[in-house]
Design a protein around this ligand. Sequence first.
Ligand SMILES: Cc1cc2nc3c(=O)[nH]c(=O)nc-3n(C[C@H](O)[C@H](O)[C@H](O)COP(=O)(O)O)c2cc1C
Length: 189
Amino acid sequence: MLFEDSHPSHVLKNKNILLGLTGSIAAYKSADLVSKLVQAGADVHVIMTESATKFITPLTLKTLSKNPVSIDLWEEESDWHPGHVELADKCDLFVIAPATANTLAQFAHGNAESLLSSVYLVNRSTVLIAPAMNGKMWDHPATVANKKTLIERGHLFIEPVDGMLACGYEGCGKLAPVDHIFKAILTQF
Ligand SMILES: Cc1cc2nc3c(=O)[nH]c(=O)nc-3n(C[C@H](O)[C@H](O)[C@H](O)COP(=O)(O)O)c2cc1C
């Protein structure tokens, strides 16, 4: 496997990974993912939705990624070139982990209301989506249809797993283990 054959601190060297975080209880797990990616040499830029900031602080992700964290479409501080276009243009891989039902719907329908969904539309690199949600939300025909649309568009899914969900239900909807997501990212390079 790629990871075993290469030095961990070099395996993602010069790779620019854009990581979208959305408003799921699993958002805290992304801190670990960012840390692993940075240790593997990747340049990681995090975009959070407003909802994601209710679950984990931008400061944590800024510190771990060693890069500014972007949240608000209207507060971009770069030069004349809109930051969201630049983020998308530079990235080698666009990962959304965790991805909420709402964000899947926005992506499927081309809704560009948030910074994250705007970047999604500008991005042309491979999209890797790791959903996390209540099992009933995951099974709902609306979510199933959105997932189908995104797969038909060529995006890759890291399926959620069975387990005890934060809402108290047991079922399928738990974010895939961070190691699993990390390995899926490695296989893209
Ligand atoms: C405590 C709590 C946990 C939540 N966890 C999830 C979740 O795991 N998955 C999900 O799809 N929505 C979850 N939600 C609902 C989303 O936060 C909500 O739909 C939000 O609008 C998502 O916005 P975003 O996609 O822009 O991040 C949760 C809400 C609360 C209050």
